[in-house]
Write a protein that binds this ligand. Structure first.
Ligand code: 4AD
Ligand code: MG
Length: 432
């Protein structure tokens, strides 16, 4: 029995015998010579069978192959410069492991609804595989960036008692005798506590928002990475963000270029993602948007269309900073130079992808934070522990949250974020 190999390993085994298991992509035959293209998740391999050299049952098995049949093939690895990966397999044996008749996803165009109903099978398609690999690289790059800079990962709870962002978008569940528990919208409040212990920290996990929005930028379950740094102010927070985003994009360009090319991604805009990013205050952004013809007033949050229009003016991501207090979360630090605003920023990706990061310096003044919690009508008991962080040696600190799916959608250049996660959860989708 020849040794079993992944397709990606075969170029190192030219001349040797190998056994490969995978799924049939395509077949063709001239009557005497047959070709089977097999994929195994690590690569694609052209398998060649010659009728005169293989047993009759092997030739018969070839005749039964359909799209996605799972197979085991063995033979000699041969250098073939024209084949993908530079090798092909001259097969001596081919066995069907699992037949597949009428695989629902065919090369013809399918509607989006159909594809998402068959997401468990659609995942095997070339473009979906490419997106999954880019996502994997984004996540690895995120971890490497913080590891290299000596941040400590702190895992924050998913079941929580306090509201992180907006009371209106919470999923809740009964929690024994303790009343309601909420699915975390953010780990931020917890990493703020941890920053006083470890200095530079981050959390990274799934977060939940019961958003009734049907836009291409919203999921109800998405992954967010949230660094928090003691002694960083808002300006330092933005410098960390630009270094971080540029690092993640560069890693994808370095290591996943073939997947980006498979997706038809124009690489030039990604190559421009280097610090410094552009910076514009919210107040100036409103004026700019008015000049550009948007219906915008000071005091309103930027909508998706406003973000797209504004970001289009720049060749790289842009920070919009110091928004009105009234449209932002309670924990953001009041701007001492203009108390109508807070020391925060959003980072808008180019090419119409909109906000990928929300960040801020945190309110570190006990009385101000207490007043904000009260003014927003938040349950004060639930925030007692968070407020107390300002009683026991308060400290300047800042952090941000980057949404993984929005980042992946942007880097891949795909129109909707639901393809940026294997099994998306949206207003209308809980299956598969
Ligand atoms: O701006 P947000 O709501 O900020 C926070 O949650 C802060 N606690 C972060 C922090 O300072 N530690 O969300 C941050 C990012 C957004 O910029 C976006 O990329 C993503 O999370 N995001 C979503 N992604 C997909 N679907 C949704 N419904 C999202 N809501 C936010
Ligand atoms: Mg935001």
């Amino acid at each position: 029995m020849p040794e079993r190999h992944w397709i990606e390993e075969l170029p190192q085994h030219a001349g040797a015998t190998a056994l490969v298991r995978g799924w049939v992509a395509t077949t063709r035959s001239s009557g005497k010579i047959a070709f089977v293209v097999v994929r195994d998740g690590t690569g694609i391999l052209q398998v060649v069978l010659s009728k005169k050299d293989v047993a009759a049952d092997v030739w018969d098995a070839f005749g039964k192959l359909t799209h996605e049949t799972s197979v085991e093939v063995s033979g000699v690895v041969r250098a073939e410069p024209r084949a993908p990966g530079g090798v092909e397999l001259q097969a001596s044996d081919l066995r069907i492991i699992g037949p597949s008749s009428d695989f629902p996803i065919t090369p013809k165009e399918h509607g989006t609804a159909f594809l998402f109903e068959h997401r468990h099978l659609w995942l095997r398609s070339k473009q979906q595989v490419a997106i999954a690999r880019v996502r994997h690289e984004v996540i690895q790059a995120i971890r490497d960036f913080f590891y290299e800079r000596h941040f400590t990962l702190v895992d924050t709870p998913i079941l929580t008692g306090s509201i992180g962002e907006h009371a209106g978008t919470l999923f809740s569940t009964e929690y024994f005798d303790l009343g309601k528990a909420f699915l975390a919208q953010t780990g931020q409040l917890y990493v703020e506590a941890a920053a006083a212990a470890l200095g530079k920290v981050y959390c990274f996990g799934p977060t939940f928002r019961a958003e009734k929005s049907k836009t291409r930028r919203h999921l109800t379950e998405f992954w967010m990475v949230e660094p928090e740094v003691a002694w960083n102010d808002s300006a330092a927070n933005m410098r960390l963000q630009e270094d971080f985003v540029a690092y993640v994009v560069r890693r994808c360009l370095e290591r996943r270029k073939s997947d980006l090319v498979e997706l038809g991604r124009d690489l030039a805009p990604l190559e421009r993602v280097v610090p410094p990013f552009h910076r514009i205050s919210y107040t100036d952004a409103v004026a700019r948007l008015k000049e550009l013809g948007a219906d915008m007033e000071w005091g309103r949050d930027l909508g998706g269309d406003d973000e797209t229009l504004l970001a289009k003016q720049y060749d790289r991501p842009v920070f919009v900073y110091n928004y009105p207090k009234a449209v932002k979360a309670f924990y953001m630090k009041e701007n001492p130079d203009d108390p109508r605003t807070v020391l925060n920023n959003d980072c808008l990706a180019p090419e119409g992808y909109g906000e990928i990061i929300g960040g801020s310096q945190r309110e570190d003044d006990y009385e101000k934070l207490r007043a904000r919690i009260k003014a927003e009508g938040l349950p004060q008991e639930a925030y007692a522990w968070y407020l107390v962080l300002r009683k026991y040696a308060t400290f300047v600190h800042a952090g941000f949250g980057l949404g993984v799916e929005r980042t992946v959608a942007w880097i891949c250049g795909i129109p909707h974020i639901r393809e940026a996660i294997a099994f998306p959860r949206t207003l209308y989708r809980l299956w598969p």
